[in-house]
Design a protein around this ligand. Structure first.
Ligand code: FMN
Length: 275
């Protein structure tokens, strides 16, 4: 899966990664309130442009406002449901009781999940390992894994006080998988090699999500699937120059944004492996 990437994962980038092996993509996060206020920037994030499979990522901490938004929402080709963001580490978002602040609020999360289901939509959760080291040590994230029933969980194996450069703690996955009671757990964070995917699969995760590695190489999904024998036969993996040309073709076909294009060109081919 392609991770939500604010300022990067617009529909052109999502389609490029889908063409090269990402089975599911996610919009950038947006506050439910910003849709209710008809905020133009937020509405553009969810404007359907093609049939690439996508879940819309929401920041929400309030059933009434979520219900209001869902009542006016119309699914489109490619729409695969909503992803609730319980992982955003921004202080502003946490102050509003959203993002990573929701990790320990399993009862509230369960109500938001039911509401989305009642409106007839699939729903997933993206969680972190709590707000800080102490929440992580107390394993508060297991409340959600054990008490909420989304279609799948994405677990970003860091707590919210960690910097993005710090190493993820993949040792949490076997317990996450056990507590999740058969609901798939998707691993996320610092997954850069087929060997890492293999070892996570051996821990029982149902799949992986990649963000920064895909910014550097949007075809990393097919590369991984080739190496792991998931693509059988293997699919050709394009060069970075081919990917830039393909980006422009999609950009023309579905109508891209110049801002996203220039950010894409700054990172593609340039992200260095961290491990
Ligand atoms: C530029 C950037 C923007 C991000 N925006 C979001 C976002 O909108 N929603 C979200 O849940 N996570 C966001 N993240 C976190 C990623 O989805 C992902 O969880 C994190 O980067 C770890 O995965 P990775 O090591 O594969 O990049 C963002 C990360 C980056 C680098």
């Amino acid at each position: 899966m392609l991770a939500s990437l604010e300022r990067y994962s617009d529909s052109v980038f999502r389609t490029l990664t889908y063409n090269h092996g990402a089975d599911l993509t996610f919009t950038e996060m947006a506050h439910v309130e910003s849709f209710l206020n008809r905020n133009k920037v937020s509405l553009e994030k969810i404007e359907p442009r093609d049939a690439t499979p996508v879940q819309i990522q929401l920041l929400s901490g309030n059933e009434g406002r979520l219900d209001g938004f869902l009542s006016g929402f119309k699914p489109f080709d490619g729409f695969r449901g909503f992803n609730l963001n319980l992982s955003c580490p921004s202080k502003d978002v946490i102050r509003q009781g959203k993002g990573a602040a929701m990790v320990k609020r399993a009862a509230k999360t369960a109500r938001l999940v039911s509401l989305i289901r009642d409106h007839g939509h699939p729903v997933s959760l993206k969680i972190r390992l709590g707000l800080n080291q102490s929440e992580k040590e107390n394993k508060l994230y297991l409340n959600n894994l054990g008490g909420v029933d989304p279609d799948f969980f994405v677990v970003h194996a860091q707590h919210a006080a960690q910097s993005s450069g710090e190493r993820e703690d993949n040792s949490v996955y076997p317990e996450c998988v056990e507590v999740a009671r058969g609901i798939p757990v998707i691993a996320n964070g610092g997954i850069e090699t087929p060997e890492m995917v293999q070892s996570l699969m051996e821990m029982g995760v149902g799949g992986v999500m990649m963000g920064r590695p895909a910014m550097g190489n949007p075809a990393i999904f097919d590369y991984m699937k080739n190496m792991l024998g998931v693509n059988n036969p293997s699919k050709p993996v394009p060069t970075i120059d081919d990917l830039k040309r393909e980006y422009d073709d999609i950009y023309e076909a579905i109508g891209g944004s110049e801002k996203y294009r220039s950010r894409f060109l700054k990172v593609v081919g340039k992200t260095r492996p961290r491990y």
